[in-house]
Structures are given as structure tokens and as C-alpha cells.
Write a protein that binds this ligand. Sequence first.
Ligand code: AHR
Length: 774
Amino acid sequence: MKVTINTNKQTKQLGDLFGIFFEDINHAADGGLYAELVQNRSFEFAPIDNKKYHFLTAWEQIGRAKLFVEAAHPFCQKNPHYLVMEIKQEGETAGVQNLGFNSGMFLQAGAEYYFTCYARSESVQEIQASIRNWDGVVQDEVRIRINSDWNKYEAVFTATENTTEGRLAVTFVGAGAVELDFVSLFPKDTYKGRRNGLRKDLAEKLEALHPKFMRFPGGCLIHDGSLNPDDRDAQYRWKNSVGPVEQRPARRNNWQYNQTLGLGYFEYFQFCEDIGAKPLPVIPGGYDPHHFNAADGALLQGFIDDALDLIEFANGDENTKWGALRASMGHPAPFHMEYIGIGNEEIGQAFFDRYPLFHKAIKEKYPDIKVIGTSGPFAAGIEYDKGWESAKAEHADLVDEHYYQSPDWFLANHHRYDDFPVNGPKVFLGEYASHGNTWYNALCEASFMIGLQNAPAVELACYAPLFCNVDYVNWRPDMIWYDNARVYLTPNYYIQQMFMEHQGDVLLEQQVEQQEENYVISRHPDSLPGMFALGCDDSIIEYSEIFVVNEDTNKVHLFQDQTVGHKDNKEVELGSIPFKNYTICLKATEVKGKKGMRIIFGRQDKKNQLFWQLGGWANTDSLIGEDINGRNSCLSQRERKIEQNRTYELEIHVRGRKIETYVDGSLELSLEAKPVIMEPVYISSSLEEKTGNVIVKMVNTTPMEQKVDISFEGELGGWEGTAYYMDGFKQGSFNSFAYPTAVVSKQRKFETETATITWTMPQESVYILRLKQK
Ligand code: AHR
């Protein structure tokens, strides 16, 4: 392969292209990046967060005391519950201890820990707080005098031993009752030494990525919940997450746990500043698409005000209301926010009606802020198209796309954005990942990222999700895995890091000459022949009037009626369709269940097939899926509810690799199942302005070695440089606590005497060359 790079011709500003997305999913904040060691510090955990929770979740009793949780006279109305501990017996020692997250608190010998609590008592004068091992051995202890008013008490502990099963205990001696709230233990050694700060090892892993921006705080996290910000299950409203930490309402997180909001908007902005990433907050757009609740009137205005006030909080001077709050929290200078996302994956008229109100209000007051709309949770389909149409009509600056697909999909869709229009909203790929954390996943993502960098319309992109605590998994794959003491990075992390650290500022013009053949994975790159089968998903379906038309000969093939879904009869194979162009017609009725029908076609074997699923997930979707080597992708998706006992007339039109499906004569889904093809090497070249370095990124996804001749127009001398690379791994290799460095990036220096470089790319490898003329 040959590439000629013109170092004087710049084709695209790369700007903030590669960034990160932080969402409090998988205990990414509490029990993750937020360094608080106490779980349920305000006694606010409740079944509304998670059916298994109660007010004393993560707390254990010590000794004989009566424990109960009250809300009669709290010190903080937003977190009204507090613990009452009552000892009847004079001389007895009793109280509680907190178990932290995972196996307990990670305490390190010699390290200091800030202890905080609120307490009061009419009868008891002293409480004892201590850090301990799981077996009760006390490492450090403090006695604190308390009185009958709610007061804040603080102390510093020094650990004497290493343990990952540490406890924080609060006890007292003698008859009486003590009321206790907001019990906190924080390592002193947080990222940048901040109080209420971030877990250092995890924050440093993010810093080391060199992200250009950080999208936060979600995800579904932001839009799922009550529209009233004061409700216990409210959507994520940023104003709840700022100000004194004990006043922030601990509330339901839609990922089935409780979030303290201790890591709130101020801390997010500060962290972005610390790591040199531009903040990209996403706020709810006055609509909960999970429960179809939409705000109107004053309620909706509250959301719009939130958007305007957030910009003031980030950028306003100290004389503004919200700028003053930021200053009072310790940051008088503005945070220079440039982007705001309205909504996460919202689609449907309710959102399309509301987005323009946000957009107009923001642009009127802050014309330079880039406002981001959304195309929903699907990679393609009617709702996706409508999301884009609406964003275009409203002149959104960017459109946030999300998809999670097989690695094969990322290969097949390398050129997805090549022809996206550059006038109008730009692409913000706000969430993407291939299904897995193996080297092959990372490799295919790398090839796709070359496409993102080269596509003129793509402005921002970030992998998702970022973090996962191994003991609290909501979602996989994830980029960084940890427990209370350890962390390991995935192959995907190293790819992201290489692309962010060596992004460059401007894309350089390059001409690629390919002499080698593409490496084709799809067995039938021009058609979709294969077995035709009927199935179901937790339902009983009656299929009738089934026939297939060979569109090249007009010959009709009839099949018998079928009922699927009884015990041993989840699917029936009807026969092979060997044609290039064909139409499948049938009627389908769901007589029992609620997950609809599944029509399989183009089946080579059960791991390589296409299917149309109607009424899938929570009976909300209709989608065309593709399995390649057992790895699934969703090619196109739209909303659809299947009604029981209603007969649907269904058709699937296959023309080569183009597929259209119809329900009762109306077009439902239309797409091309792109063949999975590997080009010999994917290449992108950029220039980093401050160093003058030319950066050449190359990805070889094929199982063969590839040679690339790199020449430069107008550059005559030799080069010195560093190669940052990943190669030599088996496709299925991955990292773990046991083998955290099985797949890592490496680097080596090199130099050339000539301006032309011949680079040998080993099979399945990623190389980034950072070059400087000698
Ligand atoms: O990244 C995990 C989830 O995937 C996000 O919360 C949501 O936006 C998407 O559906």
C-alpha cells in the first residue's frame, strides 16, 4: 500500500475530536471515581433506589443497641433521614460500622483519612470513631465530645496496616441515645489532594488518556425519572449536585443504586480543567423517554432555566448569581464551557417539540455555546432519521449518536461518515463500543476511529462506558475496571489513549494507493442467501400464509402454517432460500407472551444469520439484527409495540444486500447489510501544531503482514520519530486483575535517512508514528 501525505495541505480541523464519556453506571462515581469510602453515608438508601436497599444498607451493628432511622428533625431537609442508636444498659459499648464498597474500605498503612460526621445527643457526651480491620482490630481511634445540637465533627485517622476489608465504626458507651448523620471517610491522598475529591489511581488513568473533552454526567442517568427536581427519583438536575456536599440529595440512580451527588457539577468541571478536557455536560430536555413523561409550562421552563443557569454557573463572573456560587465553592475563574447537550437518546415528537425551546433560549443569551441534539439510541432507522431531520431543522450544532455493535459491524461501517454533509449539524458520536474488551474489539474500534478522524463531518467522539467496579456491573464492555484497591485497563483503553494522545490538530491531505486485495470476511458479499426460519421470544406465535418469491424468476414457494413458542418448539426452519433477490411474505399473530416474533433469513448457520425481531426488548422495538460468528449487531431499529391476538401482514424484501421490511403494507425498516470487509491498512495523517510533528496512524485488521510506503510531498530529508504501537496479541486476548498487562501499548524510537518510509505492519496491529524532520 502507498500513502502520499501532503504536510502543507490541511483538510479538517481536528479540534476536540477524541474525548471521554463519564456516567455514574457500574458504580463509576460512588464506589468508583468519587473517593468517599463510606457507602450510604446519609442513611438515605431506600427500596426506591434498589429493592434490596434499606436505610441501614452497608451498615452493621456493633454491640447491643437499638438502631432505627428517623426523619423527625434532620439537620438537612434534602437528606432527612438519620440514624438513632440507643443503649439501654449503663456501661455497655455499642454502635455501628460501615462496610464500604466491595470487600470493605481500602486502608493503607501510614495514609491519612478525613473523618466527618454530624451527631447530637441529649444524654451522651462522647462518641468514639475508629478505623478497623474486618475482625474488629482498631487501627486508629478518636473520641469526640458532642452536645444536643446537630454539629459537624471532624478528625483525621492514620491507618497502621494495609487492608482491603477496612471498616469505619462509630460507637459510644453507656445508657442513652445518639443521633448520627453524614458519616464520611475520605482518603487525604485524593487526585490533586482535594477534599471531597477523586480516587487518585482512577483519576490518573483518565488524565493519562489526554481527552480533549469529557461528556458527563450520563447517559440514561440524566433523563430517567421524575420531572420534579425535588422528587426522590428525580432526573439528574445539576442544581441538586452543587453547594455543600451534605446538602446534596442522595437520590435514586437509574442504574439501580443510590448516588450521593458528592461528585457533582462543580467537581466535574474542576476535573475537566485539571486534565485539560473541555466540559460537555448533558442535561435532560424536559422529557423522560423511558416513561413518556413530558414537562410543560412552568415545569418545562425550569429545565430551560437549568440550561441557562448552568452556563452562568460555568462561565458567568462572580457578580452573577450562579457564577457567585461557583466562586463560593472555590473557583472564581470561569470554567470556559463551550458545549451543552440537550437530552440523551430522546426521540419522538415530545422531544422534537421541546428541543427548539432550549436551543432558542441558549442561542439568544449565549450565541457561542454549541448546542447538541440527539438522534436517539439506534444506529439507523426511522427515529434515527427523524432525530437528524429535527436537529437539522433547528440548526443544532451537533447531533449525538449512540451505538453498541459487534466488531464486524465497525469493520463493515468504516466509511459510515465519509459522505455525511458538512453543512449543518456535525456528528458527535457520544457513545460507541464494540461488544467486548478483547484485543480484537480494540483493533476494530481503532480501524473505525481512523474513519472518524478522516470524515469531514465528525467533530467529537467518545467510547462508552468508561468505568466499571467489578462487583457492581450494570453494563459491559467498559474501558476501565477496578475494585476498591486495584485497577486494570482494557485493550480498548490503550487504543483510546493512543488516539487521544496523538490526535493532532489538523488532518493532512493524503492519497492512498491500494495494490492489495481487500480481505473479505462475509461469505456472500453481494447477497444474503440462506436458511429461512420462524421463531419467537418468550411468546407463542401463529404464522400463516407463508410464501417466498424468487424475484428473478417470479417463482413462488409455499410453506405450511406454523405455530412456534411451545416448550420444545422455539423455532422452526422452513428451508433454504438460495436466491439473490427474494421476498418473504407471511402473517403473524402473537397469541401468548409479550416479546413478539422473530423471522430468521440468510442463515448460514446459527451463528451467522439475519433476523427481524418485532416487539423485542420490552415490546418497544422492531429491529433487523445480524449475527456474524456469533457476534450480534443491530443494523436498523425503530419503535414498535406488538398487540396480542392481532394478525400482522409481514414482508421482507431482500435485493442483493439491501433489505426492506413491511408491516401491513407500510415500510418499517430499510437498510443495507454491508459486507464485512477489511481494507489492507486504514490510514490517517495529522499535524500537531505546537510540536510540528506529523502523526501517521495506521491500523492493519487483517491476519496478514502489510507493507506501507509512506511518502511526503515536498519533504526531502530523513525523519526521526517514535512509533506507538500494539501488536503481537491473539484476537481473544484481554486484561484482568490476574494479568493486567497482557495487552498493552508499547513504543520505540526510530529514524530514517530518506523522506520515504517503508513501514511493515504485522498482522492485526496498530501503529502511530510521530515524526519530525531531521
Ligand atoms: O453507556 C450506557 C448507556 O447506553 C447510556 O446510559 C445510554 O445513553 C445508552 O443507552
